[in-house]
Design a protein around this ligand. Structure first.
Ligand SMILES: Nc1nc2c(ncn2[C@@H]2O[C@H](COP(=O)(O)OP(=O)(O)OP(=O)(O)O)[C@@H](O)[C@H]2O)c(=O)[nH]1
Ligand SMILES: [Mg+2]
Length: 296
């Protein structure tokens, strides 16, 4: 999130830059209804993929469209029990496209939480890569349809993605916007999202680096992920509760530390443990550092 991104501009400039970088495919994977087809249509400036609302998923087979020499690949979601086997085969085909690829998982949150089904999908899809190729896996996550209040807990959302087996630093967020609402929509994407797509590292698997998706493991993975997310949630709530228990006097001091660059917040553990006395940063041992408001 803190990386400095190359400014790419618009959809045509993105395709041109990808071509210059010899990127062949941009592949979107994610569960039904997360907005894959809408995003791809928006990347091409016209509704070439069917998109909209359906109880069981609109996109059922792998589809691809050439846009300025780049292949944009749309795939069906795994979270649909009756179609899971087919979806698994289609995603396998997508990963076996010739050439280099940018692989992007599209997810959404529910009540501010990452959905277990989205994490399970990432694990099952990346699990299809041969063991020897795993270190070369590169991918991005785009969390779509973000509501305003979700932006307040963005760090927590990012942390939840640590529950996948192969992690990525490349995570970004796209706000929910009614310009994308409806059937077969294509609208401009925020330029930050175009830059994000460009910033995702490219990978180049061979056909034999990709195996069959083990879709039988999907349910098992889903159960495990649900538990991991619940545990994480519990830990997070414990921390929030503990922070609430810290007594803060109305005018408790705030100290500037680290050559005047940082400010301790009210209720800081270091301040509290030292009875609120004036202590300077250089007097702390590293082990005593405050994890609430300092980020050494
Ligand atoms: N309001 C709103 N609707 C959105 C947004 N993004 C996507 N949608 C809607 O969500 C629905 C599903 O979008 P699709 O692009 O078809 O989703 P998909 O991931 O391709 O779904 P499947 O093909 O079924 O797997 C469509 O009706 C979109 O218009 C958004 O930011 N805001
Ligand atoms: Mg679709």
């Amino acid at each position: 999130m803190n990386e400095i991104r190359v400014k790419v501009g618009n959809r045509a400039q993105l395709a041109q830059r990808l071509k210059e970088d010899q990127v062949d495919n941009v592949i979107l994977v994610g569960n039904p209804g997360v907005g894959k087809s809408t995003i791809l249509n928006s990347l091409m400036g016209e509704a070439r993929f069917r998109s909209g609302v359906s109880a069981s998923g609109v996109t059922e087979i792998l589809q691809s469209q050439d846009f300025m020499g780049i292949k944009y690949v749309d795939t069906p979601g795994l979270d649909e029990y009756k179609k899971r086997k087919q979806a698994g085969e289609e995603i396998e085909r997508a990963l076996k496209q010739n050439g280099s690829m940018k692989l992007i998982f599209i997810c959404v949150t529910e009540g501010g939480r990452v959905r277990s089904s989205d994490l399970a999908t990432i694990d099952i899809v990346l699990g299809a890569f041969r063991e020897g190729f795993k270190k070369n896996i590169r991918y991005g996550i785009l969390v779509n349809k973000m509501d305003d209040e979700n932006y307040e807990i963005i760090d927590e959302i990012i942390k939840q993605f640590d529950n996948v087996e192969i992690r990525t630093q490349h995570i970004d967020f796209m706000p929910r916007n009614n310009v994308y609402k409806g059937n077969n929509i294509s609208a401009d994407l925020p330029s930050g999202i175009i830059d994000f797509i460009y910033s995702i590292p490219t990978m180049r698997p061979n056909k034999d680096d990709v195996m069959k998706l083990v879709i039988d493991k999907y349910e098992e993975r889903l159960d495990r992920t649900t538990k991991e997310l619940l545990d994480m949630r519990q830990k997070y709530e414990d921390i929030i509760r503990k922070m609430g228990e810290i007594k803060v006097t109305p005018n408790s001091p705030r100290f500037t530390v680290g050559k005047g660059r940082k400010v301790h917040k009210k209720g800081c553990r270091i301040i509290r443990d030292n009875g609120g006395s004036g202590i300077r940063a250089k007097e702390y041992l590293k082990k005593d550092q405050c994890r609430i408001c300092c980020d050494w």
